[in-house]
Design a protein around this ligand. Structure first.
Ligand SMILES: Nc1ncnc2c1ncn2[C@@H]1O[C@H](COP(=O)(O)OP(=O)(O)O)[C@@H](O)[C@H]1O
Ligand SMILES: Cc1ncsc1CCOP(=O)(O)O
Ligand SMILES: [Mg+2]
Length: 240
């Protein structure tokens, strides 16, 4: 939650981290975008997630699902499959998560980190996009984004981003912010958020000594990002 909120603040968004069901009706009307993340899922938070998604849909606001470790337990898988019924605008996970969610089955994965490459989950992502109507993004060395037909790749980032917990969560939150700004262009917003986050990882890495200082420099790079850096570094391509 710390990295997610600070990533959003650095990007100029205004995060609020909400779990209690009693607060959902008061908070949700103020949102421009919603991020639902099951990282620390509990049986009391799940109804809050469903209530927030229902309200976002009624308000016509985009929402993003991060299926953290979906294949690690029956409860996570069942909860995520239920959340899909609330029609997320975007689903962003690592390759292991998208493979499991697309097949609606638990894998042999141990937890929140991926044991697959994003490029091995392209067909699973397309299938999940077609069955849900969501844009599906698979993060990794190449971030793969699809609406079920078109597939684009965002090629920015550095491997050390995997050594900081919640970089995936943070980029999912950034996708929600980009969707809030461009609600009619969900695929473009998603690819842009992933690419920009990767660019800030690259810039941060130039200054970092290890994961802890990368975390700090990544946030600083996002805060200080300018058009020159974006235009010279963003690398998004169509994928066959
Ligand atoms: N090998 C890599 N090279 C470059 N960027 C990466 C690499 N692995 C992950 N990233 C980036 O790190 C961020 C988190 O992705 P990932 O580690 O796949 O998510 P999660 O934390 O959910 O497992 C994304 O922005 C992704 O592009
Ligand atoms: C370590 C951990 N445990 C529960 S959620 C979480 C963070 C997961 O973040 P990410 O999906 O970005 O690796
Ligand atoms: Mg994750």
């Amino acid at each position: 939650m710390d990295l997610m909120a600070n990533t959003l603040l650095a990007a100029g968004a205004s995060p609020a981290m909400i779990h209690t069901i009693e607060e959902i009706p008061d908070f949700t009307p103020h949102i421009d975008g919603l991020c639902i993340n099951i990282g620390t899922l509990s049986s009391t938070w799940l109804p809050s997630m469903k209530a927030a998604a229902t309200l976002a849909n009624q308000l016509g606001k985009p929402w993003v699902l991060d299926p953290v470790a979906v294949s690690a337990s029956d409860f996570r898988l069942k909860s995520c499959l239920e959340l899909l019924n609330f029609k997320p605008t975007v689903i962003r996970g690592n390759a292991s998560e998208i493979l499991a969610l697309s097949s609606a089955s638990k894998g042999s994965d141990k937890g929140v980190d991926s044991s697959h490459r994003s490029t091995d989950a392209v067909e699973a992502a397309k299938s999940l996009a077609k069955s849900t109507g969501a844009i599906v993004a698979v993060s990794g060395a190449v971030d793969v984004i699809t609406d079920g037909q078109q597939v684009v790749g965002a090629h920015n980032g550095v491997p050390m981003m995997q050594r900081i917990t919640a970089t995936g969560c943070a980029v999912t939150a950034l996708i929600a912010a980009f969707l809030a700004a461009e609600p009619l262009h969900a695929l473009e917003a998603t690819a842009s958020a992933l690419s920009i986050f990767g660019v800030t990882g690259e810039m941060g890495n130039d200054l970092a000594k290890g994961p802890a200082s990368l975390r700090m420099h990544l946030i600083d790079s996002l805060h200080g990002l300018d058009e020159v850096a974006v235009i010279s570094r963003v690398n998004i391509t169509n994928m066959p």
